[in-house]
Design a protein around this ligand. Structure first.
Ligand SMILES: [Fe+2]
Ligand SMILES: [Fe+2]
Length: 189
């Protein structure tokens, strides 16, 4: 029984948003058009807070990590405090993005967004390659069943399928807007 497949699948959407966010920032810096990302920053912040933090991190912190922290599960090393600290570092970046956006401070908005990307990309790599294999190995099958049940409760409480639909639709829209803005600049060049 697997307890990390859903979380890995969520990572893929988070990574897609981070990559697109970085393309917006690169574009703004290359063409001196910071407002393009400025206009979309709220949508990225909404995704990060609503999907990555509230939904995904809730399943990690309130379900998987909790089960991994139970006595006798992790007998050698415990990477959970580091993982929780990285979630907090990400939250700090988002707060700085919000503050920068409220002041139309494009440089600091871009800087904090890039920091978020670096932290989360590394964090996701560690989870996919180290933490999740540890979880699969160390949580007993009977407890994996409870993990699955608790995921299902979180999915129901936060309406997971509506969240997926909302954020996948929004991603396609943000990607299309980016491609359009890029072609416009290319045509002018
Ligand atoms: Fe995490
Ligand atoms: Fe994660």
């Amino acid at each position: 029984m697997q307890v990390s497949d859903d979380l890995k699948h969520e990572h893929q959407l988070i990574l897609k948003y981070i990559e697109l966010m970085e393309r917006y920032i690169d574009f703004g810096q290359a063409y001196n058009n910071n407002e393009l990302f400025g206009d979309k920053a709220e949508a990225f912040i909404h995704f990060i807070q609503n999907f990555a933090d509230t939904f995904h991190h809730a399943k990690e912190e309130d379900v998987l990590f909790k089960h991994m922290a139970a006595p006798d599960v992790l007998t050698h090393c415990n990477p959970l405090p580091q993982m929780l600290m990285e979630h907090d570092l990400g939250r700090g970046c988002v707060q700085r993005m919000k503050d920068a956006l409220s002041k139309d401070d494009w440089d600091s908005l871009a800087k904090s967004a890039r920091e978020y990307g670096v932290i989360l990309r590394e964090h996701i790599f560690k989870e996919d390659n180290i933490l999740f294999p540890m979880a699969e190995e160390s949580i007993a099958d009977a407890n994996k069943k409870s993990v699955k049940e608790e995921y299902a409760q979180a999915e129901a409480r936060l309406d997971g399928s509506a969240l997926w639909k909302e954020h996948e639709t929004k991603f396609a829209e943000l990607e299309m807007d980016f491609e359009n803005a890029l072609s416009k600049e290319m045509a002018l060049a």
